[in-house]
Design a protein around this ligand. Sequence first.
Ligand SMILES: NC(=O)c1ccc[n+]([C@@H]2O[C@H](COP(=O)([O-])OP(=O)(O)OC[C@H]3O[C@@H](n4cnc5c(N)ncnc54)[C@H](OP(=O)(O)O)[C@@H]3O)[C@@H](O)[C@H]2O)c1
Length: 238
Amino acid sequence: MNDQQTIALVTGANRGIGKAFVEALMGQGVTKIYATARTLSSLPDFGSDRVVPLALDVHNPASIKAAAEQAKDINLLINNAGVLSFGDILSVSDDDLRRNFDVNFYGVLSMAREFVPVLENSGGGRIVNILTLLSLASMPGLAAYNASKAAAWSLNMSLRATLANRGINVHGVFPGAVDTDMLAGVEMPKTAPEAVAKAVLDGLAEGKEDIFPDPMSQDVYAAWSQDHKAVEKQFSQM
Ligand SMILES: NC(=O)c1ccc[n+]([C@@H]2O[C@H](COP(=O)([O-])OP(=O)(O)OC[C@H]3O[C@@H](n4cnc5c(N)ncnc54)[C@H](OP(=O)(O)O)[C@@H]3O)[C@@H](O)[C@H]2O)c1
């Protein structure tokens, strides 16, 4: 699938990494990009008629269905939308736990269920799920987020296996800290969202199933591959 044949849909495209994905796809000459957001008015003007704004709340089945009826021609789905709550596993509220699972796990699952037939109709394609390094190892102060993203990693692997013979490739992305609203106020080295989006598209072009798109994710993945218990212990101190 070359860039001219790619028709993409990005969730959570109004800001952060999602917005950077739309810009990176435009830069690669992709034919059409559905830039989706919960609130249409929150989408920036991308300045190109190749970008089609579309309302989409990944926690709303009717909204997902309506989007799938509009975006019938996609062959690249980027499940980027996500939320993060702070709090340890004993004190985080049930509402926060549900909110993280609703968007980070069920949102990805609902999108896959609705869009697999669309991708098959397009003759096959790719699903890209934006996970996190915290899918692999937990930081205690982000317990709801860790759990929802670990579940999403498992979902990513199940989807990959289920779709293996149906012409749809499933890619997992495991960023480290990225400089967006999600981690605003958390002081630590962060990668620019534009660099993450570019690294993901490069990884897709190379056919990588699992993509570690920034220096932190690459370093931690190397350490985790050697000794996952050491990374668990390191993260437990954070
Ligand atoms: N920032 C990081 O350090 C980091 C690291 C690893 C992975 N990630 C992952 O990268 C992805 C993008 O995060 P980000 O850093 O760009 O965060 P962000 O700036 O907070 O943006 C989150 C995006 O998700 C959207 N969203 C939330 N709930 C939604 C829903 N129900 N339906 C549709 N869209 C929804 C938001 O839309 P609204 O504006 O309407 O809220 C926003 O566009 C997430 O999956 C996140 O977990 C981020």
